[in-house]
Design a protein around this ligand. Sequence first.
Ligand SMILES: Nc1ncnc2c1ncn2[C@@H]1O[C@H](COP(=O)(O)OP(=O)(O)OP(=O)(O)O)[C@@H](O)[C@H]1O
Length: 228
Amino acid sequence: MIELHNITKIYPNNVTALKNISLSIEKGEFVFIIGSSGSGKSTLLKLLLKEIEPTEGEIIINDKNITHLKKKEIPFLRRKLGVVFQDFRLLPNKTVYENVAFAMQIVEATPKEIRRNVPMVLSMVGLAKKARCYPSQLSGGEQQRTALARAIVNNPPILICDEPTGNLDPLTSWEIMKLLKDINDRGTTVIIATHEKDIVDKMKKRVIEIKEGVLIRDLQKGGYSDED
Ligand SMILES: Nc1ncnc2c1ncn2[C@@H]1O[C@H](COP(=O)(O)OP(=O)(O)OP(=O)(O)O)[C@@H](O)[C@H]1O
């Protein structure tokens, strides 16, 4: 489903963020990307999202080579990818319902589809009762649930999360992680960059570790540290 072939990313300031990374992720996998700050995790996710271009190498998503997509083709790629960030990135002047509905409007869903899907996805993330609230009226965990609802409302085959629990307390982090697991159990491929040692250790999922831009570990049922 996702293949990286010999990916190197050198930023314009000559920082080499990724060095010759090759990996493949199958449909339905749940993958943690770990590594210390500055190791290259966000760079890897940004390459998948086509926010940045690799300096060398090729990226294939769903059998399509996306290494050199034309600008006008990028929106079609993005429809395959749901995205969640550490800082939620909700629209402050829209309610929970409207934030999620907006993601459907962008892909030109019909009002009928929106009326059907938004309540469904809000109840899946446990936010049915908060639909009319604005982001400022929500806890961090609720804001991240809203962001998750928005990311999955168009049923993307792949969900990419960049430190989705970075701003949350441990209990709330676990709730968000359980939701991500539920989403994965329904067939979505889930890729999470994280620093959460406890969660990575307990979930026993595939772990890909990057150190100074180099892929140093790729274990099917890994933990956060080498000794696991
Ligand atoms: N736009 C940019 N221009 C130049 N250098 C960059 C840019 N973005 C990231 N870098 C550098 O690339 C390297 C990898 O950064 P990246 O953000 O991918 O790391 P990370 O593993 O996601 O870190 P963190 O856990 O702190 O988010 C770092 O040395 C960083 O300073």
